[in-house]
Ligand binder design. Structure first.
Ligand code: SME
Length: 156
């Protein structure tokens, strides 16, 4: 499946509609299922000074269900509002380990009305799995789902 196919899949989910939680769950499922190098996909939502894990899809649950903004790769992206791409997680001192198999990670902030309201976090079992195409498609998807992150914390 190409990243173009992924964009089409996400467009269909948004056209279909549903609750915000259903839409976000559909998007994480599409990301995890359609792109082979996306091993674990989650959406974190901003809750005060923290990120709280919302919908996710992958082989295992993560222990990092609440991350203070500023901590970890996730917290860095939320603090700066910039996408983080980590080619080798074991070489990044900020990295909060979730799964022993993870080699690389991308974290894309989600904005709504100019504020960071969440982020897409993807772990890959491949080193340096995330290129410019991944970044571009994921940043576009993040823009599309921003208005659906208003419902606040999905799980806690
Ligand atoms: N690795 C992240 C924590 C979240 S897990 O990857 C699901 C980080 O360093 O912030």
């Amino acid at each position: 499946m190409t990243l173009t196919g992924l964009q089409e899949g996400v467009d269909r989910i948004l056209e279909r509609g549903g609750s915000d939680e259903e839409i976000l769950q559909g998007v994480v499922e599409a990301l995890e299922q359609l792109v082979e190098h996306y091993s674990w996909v989650g959406i974190y939502l901003v809750d005060g000074d923290d990120l709280v894990l919302g919908p996710w899809r992958g082989p295992q649950a993560t222990e990092h269900v609440r991350i203070p903004i500023g901590q970890g790769v996730c917290g860095a992206a939320a603090a700066s509002g910039e996408t983080e791409v980590v080619d080798d997680v074991n070489a990044d001192p900020r990295y909060l380990a979730c799964f022993p198999s993870t080699r690389s990670e991308i974290v894309v902030p989600i904005f709504d009305e100019g504020r960071v309201v969440g982020e897409i976090d993807i772990d890959s079992d491949r080193a340096a799995a995330f290129g410019e195409n991944d970044r571009a498609v994921l940043e576009r998807i993040a823009l599309q789902i921003g208005p659906h992150c208003r419902f606040g914390v999905a799980t806690d």
